[in-house]
Design a binder for this molecule. Structure first.
Ligand SMILES: *Cc1c(COP(=O)(O)O)cnc(C)c1O
Length: 360
C-alpha cells in the first residue's frame, strides 16, 4: 500500500457536472474550460472524458497544442488569444480559435497571409478591466474583422464578468447592460457566462456558456458548496497515516512548536504537506476525514506531513485520510485558509499520483 497522496478523479462526477451545466443552461453550447491542467485535474484525461462538450477553452497556446498532441480534435479556444503574429500559422495549422481582445491582435490578423481563416471570439471589456476592447471600439473592430478573409464568417461576441460570484453585486447587471448597448445590431453568437454566471445570472447565458470550476463539482458562488447546485466533487485528495503517537500534556508538535497539547493527546501523522500542494497556512482545527469522521489538524503543516488529533479513535498507520473532496468540500478548506477553491485545486503538485475512476 502506497503511503503517499493520491488525487482520485471521479469521472462519472465530471460527466454528471457537465450534464448539470446543460440542465442549468438549457439550449446553450458549452465551452468547457480546461486551463491550468483542468484546474489541477489533468487536462488531457479530462478532455478525453468530456466528449459531450461542444468546445474546450484554455488560456495559452502550449495548453492547446498539448491537447492536439494528445489527439483531441474538438474546437479549442485560446482564451487569451495570441500575442505575436508569428503564432498565427501554428494556430491555423492546429485549427485553434482565438479570443481577440486588443488592437495589436486585430492589426496582426488583418495583415497576415494565412492558409485558412481563423475563428474569432471578439472580447469587449465591459468592466473587468483586464482583457477586452473598450466598448466604444467594439463595433469598428467587429466590422474590420468581418470584412477580412482571415476570419471565419460569424464573429463570436464575448465578455467576462468581474463579480458574478456575488449575487448581491450590481456590477454584473451593469456589465450586461454595457455589453448589449455596445454590441447592438451586431450578429453573432454571444458568450459571457463563467460558472458563477451559469449558476447565478441566467440572463447572461447567451449562446455559449464557459464553465470551468463547476465542471469540477465546486461552487463558484460565495458561501455556497457544489452540492447546493446539484454538483458532485470530482477530485478527492487523500493520503495515509504513516505513524500514530502519543504526546503528553505540555508537549509541542511540529515546526515552530506552534501547537501545544493541553492534555495527553494521540496524534496521527499523515503523509501530505505543502510539497504536495496542501496549503501550509491552514489554521489549527482544520478538518480531515478518517473513517467517515472529522478530525482536527494540529500544529503546522510541513512539506511532507501534517499532524491530526485523533482523540480516542482507533486509527492505525495505513488508515486512509481525506483532505478534501467527497465528504469534505474543498470550498470549506479554502474558506478556512482565506482563499478560493480554484487556488487549492490548481496548486496540487506533480508529486501527487492521479487515479481516474469510472471513465471510458
Ligand atoms: C477561466 C475562465 C472561465 C471559467 O471560469 P470559472 O469561474 O472557472 O467557470 C471562463 N471564461 C474565461 C474567459 C476564463 O478565463
Amino acid at each position: 500500500m502506497l503511503r503517499k497522496p493520491v488525487a482520485r478523479i471521479d469521472v462519472l462526477a465530471l460527466k454528471h457536472n457537465l450534464a448539470r451545466v446543460r440542465e442549468v443552461a438549457a439550449g446553450c453550447k458549452v465551452l468547457a474550460v480546461l486551463k491550468a491542467n483542468a484546474y489541477g485535474h489533468g487536462m488531457l484525461k479530462v478532455a478525453e472524458q468530456l466528449q459531450q462538450a461542444d468546445a474546450f477553452g484554455v488560456a495559452r497556446l502550449d495548453e492547446a497544442l498539448a491537447l492536439r498532441a494528445g489527439g483531441i480534435v474538438k474546437p479549442i479556444v485560446l482564451l487569451e488569444g495570441f500575442f505575436d503574429a508569428d503564432e498565427l500559422p501554428q494556430i491555423v495549422a492546429s485549427n485553434l480559435q482565438v479570443v481577440v481582445h486588443q488592437q495589436e491582435q486585430i492589426d496582426a490578423i488583418l495583415a497576415a497571409e494565412l492558409d485558412a481563416p481563423i475563428r474569432v471570439w471578439l472580447k469587449m471589456d465591459t468592466g473587468m478591466h483586464r482583457l477586452g476592447l473598450p466598448p466604444e471600439h467594439y463595433q469598428a473592430a467587429y466590422q474590420a474583422l468581418s470584412q477580412s478573409p482571415n476570419c471565419v464568417p460569424g464573429i463570436r461576441l464575448m465578455s467576462h464578468f468581474a463579480c458574478a460570484d456575488d449575487l448581491e453585486c450590481p456590477d454584473t447587471t451593469e456589465q450586461l447592460q454595457r455589453f448589449s448597448r455596445w454590441s447592438q445590431g451586431l450578429s453573432g453568437e454571444i458568450s459571457l457566462a463563467n460558472s458563477a454566471a451559469v449558476l447565478g445570472w441566467p440572463q447572461s447565458h447567451g449562446s455559449w456558456v464557459r464553465p470551468g470550476l463547476m465542471l469540477y463539482g465546486v461552487s463558484p458562488l460565495l458561501g455556497k458548496q457544489g452540492d447546493e447546485h446539484g454538483l458532485q466533487p470530482v477530485m478527492t485528495l487523500r493520503s495515509r497515516v504513516i505513524a500514530v503517537r502519543d504526546v503528553a500534556a505540555g508537549e509541542t508538535v511540529g515546526y515552530g512548536s506552534a501547537w501545544q497539547a493541553q492534555q495527553a493527546t494521540r496524534l496521527a501523522v499523515v503523509a501530505i504537506g505543502y510539497g504536495d500542494g496542501y496549503p501550509r497556512n491552514v489554521p489549527n482545527g482544520t478538518p480531515v476525514l478518517m473513517q467517515g469522521r472529522r478530525f482536527p489538524i494540529v500544529g503546522r503543516v510541513s512539506m511532507d506531513m501534517l499532524t491530526v488529533d485523533i482523540g480516542d479513535a482507533i486509527i492505525k498507520p495505513g488508515e486512509q485520510v481525506v483532505l478534501w473532496g467527497q465528504g469534505l468540500p474543498v470550498e470549506e478548506i479554502a474558506a478556512l485558509v482565506g482563499t478560493i477553491p480554484y487556488e487549492l485545486l490548481c496548486n496540487i503538485t506533480p508529486r501527487v499520483d492521479f487515479v481516474y475512476e469510472g471513465g471510458d
